[in-house]
Design a protein. Structure first.
Lengths: 258, 212
């Protein structure tokens, strides 16, 4: 089992407050790791430290055995190999869906426009949007925008994709289409690190769930372990409270008439 | 006789356009560069741009024109036309700095973040993601500045350049018909700014990003 991403003793402070306290994490190839926890406990910060958008105060990060937060590393180059999907999509508004997915390969990887277009069409097909290639972000629904964002990340052929609450900004009806794409990617063997509140997704798709609160890892393990045999009381409390909230909506969308 | 007057004053419009044609692009290039320095530059560079903006916008254009004219014409041997045009370019660059700065900031940090997330360097992110969006947003305030430069070009009359205003003055003195002479001048300026604004409106429509 190959370790793609390794985080060791990561710490980060914001304005005197410790947001991450010596967090350690390992992600193997093909893993889908879901990070859960109350809001504001540093989960997004963790992702941004991993792809070097935020500079950690302490700790080390390895991507494929390369220490990526060392001093002399070319951060731009590292970010080519770590994909990121944001809560607010953050599509490039002046480009079509196809343009959004092509811009990385052409302008960063130096691919020829023809090759980049072929690649982009392939990724858009993968997320189920080959009929929306000429649409601008302003013309797409939230779920479609997020799927374009996923295709944009995929087009760079990353080693791992980080998802920062990818469905939190979506209307309930549109969440399913995005989770479905993510489920598909996980099954295809993509290495994924997902911060989410979607417990159904976590239970079905995650290889491991990591529960973070107050900047520390409270517990981590396979979904069944955390849901049915949690070692920490707080884990049980958090998981069942959240499942109550999100599980209810899943039952509704299964067609139960309430 | 009116036709002669109009013709004479109208000839100055070419000079007006020439002055604007130098000052506006110069202000654009300098203003954009300084805006980038202000928003993305390191502390020293950014602070310089701020001071430049405050200084150049804190004084009436005509005062600055005279000051700059005597500085420029004092060191280099150039005509009032060129000294005036370059001075106006420098003044305009301070206003365009602010216009571009506002447009760049309005694009939002998220866009920059998403661009960096796919491996773009900051210069690439600015060039391929931020500026294309900023240029759309900037058109309305910029068209305002373009009209301003066109109208401010009249200030070079004080340096002796024979553009519209200078010629109107001359005509007014010769014919003792100030209302007519300056009325013609005003009409010409109005026509020029009107055309400019309409052209920029159509540009704005053409580059607008489609949305629902």
């Amino acid at each position: 089992m190959k370790t793609i991403l390794k985080v060791e003793d990561l710490s980060k402070q914001y304005g005197g407050q410790e947001v991450l306290k010596n967090i350690s994490l390992e992600v193997n190839e093909g893993d889908t790791i879901v990070i859960i926890g109350p809001s504001g406990t540093g989960k997004s910060t963790l992702l941004r430290c991993i792809n070097l958008l935020t500079k950690a105060d302490g700790g080390r990060i390895w991507l494929d055995n390369q220490e990526i937060n060392a001093a002399d590393v070319n951060e731009d180059e590292v970010r080519q190999h770590i994909g990121m999907v944001f809560q607010d999509f953050l599509l490039f508004n002046h480009l079509t869906a196809l343009g959004n997915v092509m811009v990385g390969p052409t302008k960063v990887l130096g691919m020829s426009p023809d090759n980049a277009r072929a690649k982009a069409l392939m990724e858009l097909e993968r997320v189920g949007l080959c009929d929306k290639t000429d649409h601008y972000p302003g013309q797409l629904s939230g779920g479609q925008k997020q799927r374009v964002a996923i295709a944009r990340a995929l087009a760079m052929d990353p080693r791992v994709i980080l998802f920062d609450e990818p469905t939190s900004a979506l209307d309930p009806e549109l969440i399913g289409e995005v989770l479905e794409v993510m489920r598909k990617l996980a099954l295809e063997g993509m290495t994924m690190l997902v911060v989410t509140h979607e417990m159904g997704f976590a239970r079905e798709v995650a290889d491991r769930i990591v529960f973070i609160e107050n900047g520390v890892v409270v517990e981590e393990g396979p979904p069944d372990d955390l849901f049915y045999r949690p070692k920490v009381e707080r884990t049980r409390e958090f998981l069942w409270k959240i499942s109550e909230l999100y599980g209810k909506r899943e039952n509704e969308s299964d067609g139960d008439v309430l | 006789m009116l036709l002669n007057m109009v013709g004479y004053i109208l000839n100055g419009a070419l000079t007006t356009l020439a002055v604007t044609g130098i000052a506006l692009p110069m202000g654009f290039a300098l203003g954009l560069l300084l805006a980038l320095a202000r928003v993305y530059g390191r502390a020293v560079v950014s602070r310089f741009a701020t001071l430049y903006s405050i200084a150049m916008r804190g004084v009436p254009p005509v005062v600055l024109l005279f000051t700059l004219y005597f500085v420029i014409a004092g060191t280099v041997n150039i005509s009032p036309f060129w000294a005036g045009s370059v001075s106006l370019g420098i003044i305009s660059s301070a206003y365009q700095l602010e216009v571009f700065r506002g447009a760049i900031l309005s694009v939002g940090q998220g866009q920059m973040m998403a661009a960096r997330a796919i491996g773009m360097s900051r210069p690439k992110a600015i060039r391929y993601v931020v500026l294309p969006q900023a240029f759309r947003v900037v058109i309305p305030p910029w068209s305002n500045e373009a009209a301003t430069v066109l109208k401010d070009s009249s200030l070079v009359y004080a340096l002796g350049v024979t553009e519209v205003l200078r010629r109107a003055q001359f005509m007014s003195a010769r014919t003792h018909q100030p209302f007519l002479a300056f009325g013609v001048a005003a009409a010409i300026y109005f026509l020029l700014t009107f055309i400019t604004n309409r052209v920029l409106d159509s540009v704005e429509r053409r580059v607008r990003i489609p949305s629902h």
